[in-house]
Design a protein around this ligand. Structure first.
Ligand SMILES: Cc1cc2nc3c(=O)[nH]c(=O)nc-3n(C[C@H](O)[C@H](O)[C@H](O)COP(=O)(O)OP(=O)(O)OC[C@H]3O[C@@H](n4cnc5c(N)ncnc54)[C@H](O)[C@@H]3O)c2cc1C
Length: 350
């Protein structure tokens, strides 16, 4: 049994920042994530994309943000159960919760913070009969490392920002990039649409619209796709087929925990502390909903900070916590490290 103060479900940016805020309150955290690595959407979906709206970072790659968050919370020695999905939750007579994963690992804590984001990642897949046979053999639904496509022939399908952005990015990396969309119009940032148009005019990207990929061929790996355009059907040789049709959000097992759910998200009390309808269980980051909710990283950070204050009260009933600036109090890591601002020096100048 793994015991901790705050059990965090989801090691995305919200979950990772919770570790830091909890650490300032001397509360220990353990994180469970279904993915094999921390970082949530940032490391799974868009590690190489720049984010522009993280306070004080004019620009930071999503993968680098994950690294920085890990570095920031390291001093508070979080525990990780990675590659396991939180499956069930059971309230104990002493008020604590036991969360068990699909692999049977048990975790016990008085406070549970669900930072499950979109839930389990379920990419929307095109309806092509044999597509499952080629998954990870040339068919990828998420681009993790663009260098993987170096000198390869890539067919991307989709009409949104992901398809446009990766077409632009890979035009510099891959040997050949083809973008296929079933409409002539794209639903993405105007800049991206214009950039793809420019790349097409320069002959750096092939655009096939309105068209659809209806078949995949190859001996043990993708060697060609079949494309339908109007009444014509033709084959295109390629090494990779990357359908980027977005992710369908699935809360997964958390949906059966007796929590109040609205539109696939967990309802919380945003006027106070992001607690759910079950006292002791909080929901923070993309996974929650309340009037005016914005699914942004910085909102998850804010919610995590307020939630930790409420967790402190549950774990230390009756104890008063006085908020101190880190510039004043410094930061005492659980690993014995101490960070503090240099002390003012009082010395007469002769
Ligand atoms: C392409 C793209 C670009 C984006 N750009 C920006 C941007 O510029 N600025 C911005 O602020 N936001 C952006 N976002 C949104 C941002 O990524 C999310 O707001 C953020 O990731 C939410 O963080 P989170 O920690 O709440 O959830 P997530 O990052 O979704 O992490 C949740 C984690 O919980 C895990 N999980 C879920 N259920 C379980 C379970 N039952 N057991 C174990 N683990 C579980 C998941 O595996 C996942 O790792 C973008 C998103 C995408 C897809």
């Amino acid at each position: 049994m793994i015991k901790t103060d705050i059990l965090i479900i989801g090691a995305g940016p919200t979950g990772l920042f919770t570790v830091f805020e909890a650490g300032l309150l001397k509360l220990k955290c353990h994180l469970i994530d279904a993915l094999p690595q921390p970082g949530g959407q940032c490391s799974e979906i868009y590690p190489k994309k720049p984010i522009y709206d993280i306070p004080a970072y004019p620009e930071i790659l999503a993968g680098d943000l994950t690294d920085k968050l890990l570095e920031q919370c390291k001093q508070f020695e979080p525990g990780f159960t990675l590659g396991e999905r939180a499956e069930t939750i059971d309230k104990q007579d002493d008020g604590t919760f036991i969360v068990t994963t699909n692999k049977g690992t048990k975790h016990q804590a008085p406070v549970v913070a669900i930072a499950g984001g979109l839930g389990s990642f379920e990419p929307r897949k095109p309806l092509i009969d044999n597509i499952a046979d080629y998954e990870d053999k040339g068919v990828e639904y998420i681009i993790k490392n663009p260098e993987f496509y170096k000198d390869k022939r890539v067919v991307i399908a989709g009409g949104g920002d992901s398809a446009l952005d990766w077409t632009i990015y890979l035009s510099d990396v891959a040997k050949e990039v083809t973008l296929i969309h079933r409409r002539n119009e794209f639903r993405g940032h105007l800049d991206s649409v214009e950039k793809v148009q420019e790349l097409k005019n320069q002959g750096k990207v092939e655009l096939i619209t309105p068209a659809e990929v209806i078949g995949i061929e190859g001996e043990g790996k993708v060697e060609a796709v079949t494309i339908k355009q109007d009444a014509n059907t033709f084959k295109k040789s390629c090494d990779h087929f990357v359908p980027l049709f977005g992710l369908s959000p699935k809360l997964g097992p958390i949906a059966n925990w007796g929590l109040e759910i609205e539109k696939n998200a967990i309802k919380v009390n945003n006027a106070l502390d992001y607690q759910t309808n079950i006292p002791g269980i909080f929901a923070i980051g993309d996974v929650n909903t309340y009037p005016g909710k914005l699914k942004l990283i910085l909102c998850g950070f804010h919610e995590a900070t307020l939630m930790c204050q409420a967790a402190y009260q549950i774990i230390n009933p009756g104890k008063r916590y006085v908020l101190k600036y880190t510039t004043v109090s410094g930061v005492d890591g659980f690993d014995g490290t101490r960070k503090e601002a240099p002390k003012a020096v009082v010395k007469a100048i002769e």
